[in-house]
Ligand binder design. Structure first.
Ligand code: ASP
Length: 345
């Protein structure tokens, strides 16, 4: 009897200890700041380029995506899950150059790139030059969690997607009338791509990306794109390149980029920002200003980034006339903006 009582007491002590630990852990978690920022591409976005209906639809999509990601963080979900949620919503919207509505390559096909990185262990997954995958960010995530590789491309990535039960859609799902018309105009004018420098009307990028900080203090970043319009020869931009278009390290920062990918690869933009925070002890804002507003401008690389520090401080900075962007900061404050003269951070 006594023995049973002792065992019962030990058991009770064990469970009380566990309960106390769980309560303390939850309380500590509840105190940690959460924040999220998203972009839907940078470029020469002028108010005159968008009808008020288009603008309203883009703003509504940005707001829905940032709120959906934030809801995951609020519920105690991981920053990786928040990134996946926000990006899949943007991929499903025809308003952005990712998933449905992505730009067309020279053959008139949608060829998709994406990457995701979690700051906790710097694990990452990416895919490039993939056809038919409805949500490329989910495939990039599978590469991270369910393969021994970081970057898969083309047919191999598609085979991997099928093995992992990733959803495919037929070509018509992705191609919007706007992109078909855009390609026609580009090819008629003999231009190889859509960049602001080309002077092509509606010359902006509209790749999508997200950075987030969860209650455990962990950062994540992700980016998804169709690349640049009228691209050829299996061209791959910065978006699926870890360190160029996407980077996350819990100690320093999380970054997702949009812009003229060739320049962002050459300058290793996402990693460079984090390295400046690490080695020069710059704030995230200072590091981003140096890279995007100085270095990239000198090189001629149009674009921008969203970036977040481990304390949730965030910046949405670009060297173009606009960037589709939205954020919910550590104070729970929502921002949705398109043009440069709209006050954000
Ligand atoms: N950075 C992307 C690329 O070069 C384009 C974009 O941002 O829209 O593929």
């Amino acid at each position: 009897m006594n023995k049973h009582r002792t065992l019962f007491r030990i058991g009770l002590g064990h469970w009380t200890g566990l309960l106390l630990w769980a309560l303390t852990a939850t309380a500590a978690m509840a105190d940690n700041p959460i924040a999220i920022a998203i972009h839907g591409g940078a470029g020469t976005i002028r108010q005159s380029d968008l009808s008020s209906a288009q603008e309203a639809s883009i703003r509504a999509d940005l707001e829905a995506a940032v709120k959906a990601g934030y809801a995951i963080l609020e519920a105690g979900g991981s920053s990786t899950d928040a990134v996946l949620k926000a990006i899949t919503l943007l991929e499903d919207s025809p308003n952005f150059n990712a998933g449905k509505g992505a730009v067309l390559n020279q053959e008139g096909n949608v060829e998709l790139d994406a990457s995701i990185m979690r700051g906790q262990d710097r694990n990452a997954g990416a895919i490039a030059g993939v056809f038919g995958v409805k949500n490329p960010i989910l495939l990039a995530h599978k590469v991270m969690t369910d393969s021994e590789h970081v970057l898969l491309s083309g047919q191999g990535a598609e085979t991997f997607a099928r093995l992992r039960g990733i959803q495919f859609e037929n070509a018509d799902y992705f191609k919007t009338p706007y992109r078909i018309e855009q390609l026609k105009q580009l090819q008629a004018s003999g231009q190889a791509r859509t960049t602001p420098a080309d002077g092509y009307p509606h010359a902006w990028f509209s790749t999508v990306g997200t950075v987030a900080l969860d209650k455990r203090g962990s950062l994540a970043a992700g980016t998804s794109t169709g690349g640049t319009a009228n691209k050829r020869w299996g061209r791959i931009g910065d978006s699926p390149i870890v360190g160029a278009g996407t980077y996350a390290d819990d100690r320093y920062c999380a970054v997702s980029a949009t812009g003229h990918g060739e320049f962002f690869i050459r300058a290793a933009v996402a990693h460079d920002i984090c390295a400046r925070v690490a080695y020069q002890q710059l704030t995230i804002q200072q590091a981003v200003e140096q890279v995007i507003k100085q270095d990239m401008v000198k090189m001629g690389g149009d674009g921008g980034v969203i970036a977040m520090a481990p304390n949730g401080e965030l910046t949405m900075t670009f060297n173009t006339a606009g960037m589709y962007r939205a954020a919910i900061d550590t104070a729970g404050q929502l921002t949705v903006a398109i043009y440069a003269d709209e006050q954000t951070r």
